[in-house]
Design a protein around this ligand. Sequence first.
Ligand SMILES: [Ca+2]
Length: 478
Amino acid sequence: MNPSRYWLLLATLLLSCQPEPPAGPLNVLFIAVDDLRPEFGAYGATHIQAPNLDRLAAEGVLFERAYCNVPVCGSSRASLLSGMRPGWRRFPGAYNTYLSEDAPEAISLPRHFRQHGYHTLSLGKVYHHADDDTLAWDTVWRPRPRNESGGRDYHTAENIALNRSRTSRGLPYERAPLPDSTYYDGRIANEAIASLERLAGQDQPFFLAVGFLKPHLPFNAPEKYWALYDSLDIQLPASYQQPASTPREAFHSFGELRNYAAVPKEGPVPDRLARTLIHGYYAAVSYTDAQIGKLLSALEEKGLAERTVVVLWGDHGWNLGEHQLWCKHCNFETALRVPMLLRIPGETPGKRISAITELIDLYPTLTDLAGLPQPTHLDGESLLPLLRGEGRAKDYAVAKYWAGATLIRDHWFYTEWINDSAEIQASMLFDHRRDAQELHNLTQVPGMEDTVQALHTFLRAHWGDAFFPQPDSIPATP
Ligand SMILES: [Ca+2]
């Protein structure tokens, strides 16, 4: 056979093997996971067992360098769901942000879908507040507490008793031989599966948002997920230090963790407790992964997978001892980098995208996939050109936490903290080619002046219209 005809025939055969995108509107299964680090097998971290996340990544697209825009629950979610960057007044860094207060002009992602004929559901923690953005949803559901521990969802007598105290919560973890459905995430998965059963029987397309609550503190998980790990194997991270060259603005005293029993009110976390926290975090990831697996299996079993886009994202990272920090609330990569997975019917599975992306890019991506018009208020850019191998002009991410703004571009990780005159109060720069653990601040190193100036100029040109503080509007840092 003529070689050119051979290649033409082969190309035709290969193309004919590509799965065809389904006809008609696509559904969206939108999975939020609270405080999930990009640390499981698909991200090269085989010490954490999350086989269902790994499978979703293998069937879809994994974004290797995705960043949140605000490293705290409420603000991050409001930013993603509005498609807008944070500013001084808008999603500045508060865990309890209301989108409808900070950006009443925004048509949120689920509201946009609802306005275009989608049945929209919010199950579990999607916004921080269940009563935020009420025009977005046909249904809002959250599990009700089964005992007096309320949102902390304790089920051992010890934790329930500790949590009763006025001065303390229960422990920052719980290890108990209980079934998956005892804790909230098991109940959220069950509710989502029941919803899929109903949705499968209707013609209307759906946007189903499911927000899982672990691995957020407290790290409560059934015993079998703790038993996946040997506590003797768990070590503190190599970056368990706070170098003198890093400005003090970069650090915090992890007040979120100190509210819990057995955590000292000041000073470092004792090493034994630190290892238990890391163990508990891993267990909570594996527990929630199992619930996500049940949900994805139900999507298959009900015949919906072929016409449903699945997106899974974490709202921000988490410090598990890196820089002697715990929780989020800072501008290190450990708090800013997030997992982001996308499975699109008809797309080639197993893609990995190394370009820098941001959570605000999800809004235009999902509207693109659904064939909906793009609202004019969006600050992100669709990821579809990256999936098609076309690349795109944007090559950076900008994240903000109160007065600290971080630019991630190429191998540079540059942060500046500013005052209400936009003057720099402190700054830090890390070169991830040589210093992925962010231990060597380069801003004062001779010879780096031009690089710092260039990153400073770029950051200010791209941090968004709402970023610069109006004279009377700089919020107090908590
Ligand atoms: Ca969170």
